[in-house]
Design a protein around this ligand. Structure first.
Ligand SMILES: NC(=O)C[C@H](N)C(=O)O
Length: 497
């Protein structure tokens, strides 16, 4: 079967549009056709948005007819999918929860709006762990997403649908959100370039909040250039989010510079961490050697407080989630259990039925941790740990341009394999400290693990607002490893053909 549009990269689509080899309407229709044929095996999409995509395509086609394609923006004619915690007017934004099963967005998130203004074709909303709590996309109220590399395995989470849609070749670009690893870990499990920018690079307006001081939106793509182009479209100051920052960086600017002269930090404690699979460790060492061969210098750095990141996150994250999720009270928002005589029992029943077990666990934990007497013992010290971790990174980045580390301790595990929540939390052991400190992290796919034969990512961590450093190092690795392939069973339209 022929190459599908979703398998193409941004440049390939735009070159084809400019040369009139195909129209944007054909790109949109072809994309939905492919999703219709093959998403049954993956379950990446919760909703597709044919009408919106065809409207956007008509605008692109009109511009092509007038020779104005270049004016239509960096994502002109490119199919893009959105995690289902990003609002898009007129579509459901369920956060994969029964609580929001019927919620239809009355407004559009700034990050989504920016992709639309950059010419993207909006393809639909993607499955996720409920309210972004999880590392496997198994907690979705609508059933799990399957990893296109092995459909018996998880795609990672919480942005599992976003990762799977790109890995299966349904779309070249998708957006996810990352609070503790939720872009980078599924990026690693599905073999993609997956970017958690520095906190503040992308506006959070219209993103259903989990941990407001940790959440950040970023792109999934199969090449470093596509991820950089997508971030160019997403980034920048937004008056509607006071934590967003001005950003006039072109993330594609130094992709061709190579690694020569870069200083790459290696954290010995990460490489020795208990639970790190030998095949993942071997891949990180291999990537370090590749960069060294290209003329980069490897420098050991210490992050002495990073081992406390997990404990701090499971205090700060639930506390922020507890307060953010208070709005789903069955009156202002969310599922309302019928037939209750008083408000207290309506609240209780609606929240008990609307939220799944992991969401309830986080809410209860947050409520306990913020209660009088307990607050001082946990929340306050967790904030102090946060400062120490931030200082550790600042000290390390005085010596190096980026830090190279594992993304996740293992490759993708089987659906249903991890039932203990604390074991699931460990999937984020290398990603969480970056959200805590606020700097950027990128997962780059370095091929398949020697033991499991599944994709492995390495994490490239950048100093705050120097995200371009991680793009440069990732582009250098891409010279060696090549861009990420579509998962073999799905490449060239195999599944569903
Ligand atoms: N949203 C995230 O980054 C998720 C992280 N795995 C968590 O469960 O909190």
């Amino acid at each position: 079967m022929a190459r599908t549009f979703g398998e193409m990269g941004i440049r390939e689509i735009q070159t084809g549009l400019a040369a009139k080899e195909f129209s944007a309407a054909e790109v949109a229709r072809g994309t939905f056709e492919r999703i219709g044929e093959a998403d049954g095996a993956v379950h990446a999409f919760l909703e597709t948005t044919e009408e919106l995509a065809l409207d956007a395509a008509a605008r692109i086609d009109a511009a092509v007819a007038e020779g104005r394609l270049a004016e239509m923006g960096p994502l002109a004619g490119v199919p893009v999918g959105y995690k289902d915690n990003l609002n898009l007017t007129g579509t459901h934004t369920t956060c994969s929860s029964n609580m929001l099963r019927d919620y239809v967005s009355p407004y559009t998130a700034t990050c989504v709006e920016k992709t639309l203004r950059a010419g993207a074709l909006p393809i639909g909303k993607l499955n996720m762990d409920e309210f972004a709590f999880g590392g496997s996309t198994e907690t979705s109220a609508f059933g799990p997403t399957f990893n296109p590399w092995d459909v018996e395995r998880v795609p990672g989470g919480s942005s599992g649908g976003s990762a799977a849609a790109v890995a299966a070749g349904f779309v070249p670009v998708s957006l996810g959100s990352d609070t503790g690893g939720s872009i980078r870990q599924p990026g690693s499990f599905c073999g993609l370039v997956a970017v958690k920018p520095t906190y503040g690079v992308v506006s959070r307006y219209g993103v259903v909040a989990f941990g407001s001081s940790l959440d950040q939106v970023g792109p999934f793509a199969r090449s470093v250039e596509d991820a950089a182009l997508a971030l160019n479209a997403l980034s920048g100051r937004d008056e509607l989010d006071c934590t967003s920052q001005p950003c006039d960086v072109d993330f594609t600017a130094n992709l061709a510079e190579g690694a020569r002269g870069m200083k790459i930090g290696i954290v010995p404690a990460f490489m020795e961490a208990a639970g790190l699979a030998p095949e993942v460790r071997a891949k990180v060492e291999e990537a370090a050697a590749v960069l060294q061969d290209m003329g980069a210098e490897l420098v050991e750095v210490e992050l002495p407080h990073a081992q406390a990141a997990m404990s701090a996150y499971y205090v700060l994250g639930p506390c922020e989630a507890f307060s953010n999720l208070a709005r789903f009270d069955s009156v202002r928002y969310g599922y309302c259990d019928p037939g209750h005589k008083d408000l207290a029992s309506q609240y209780e029943a609606s929240r008990a039925k609307g939220f799944g077990p992991e969401a309830r666990r986080r809410i209860m934990l947050g409520s306990y941790l913020l209660s009088a007497g307990v607050y001082d013992k946990y929340y306050y010290p967790a904030q102090q740990v946060r400062t120490l971790i931030t200082r550790d990174y600042a000290a390390a980045f005085e010596k190096v341009d980026v830090i190279l580390s594992p993304v996740a301790p293992t490759t993708a595990f089987k659906i249903g394999e991890i039932c203990d929540p604390t074991e699931m939390y460990l999937a984020d052991m290398f990603t969480i400290s970056i959200n805590i400190a606020g700097n950027g992290g990128l997962s780059f796919p370095v091929g398949l693990g020697a033991d499991t034969g599944l994709p492995v990512g390495v994490q490239i961590i950048a100093p705050p607002f120097k995200d371009k450093n991680m793009f440069r190092a990732a582009a250098a690795l891409e010279q060696h490893y090549g861009p990420a392939p579509v998962a073999p069973d799905f490449a060239d339209g195999k599944v569903g053909a």
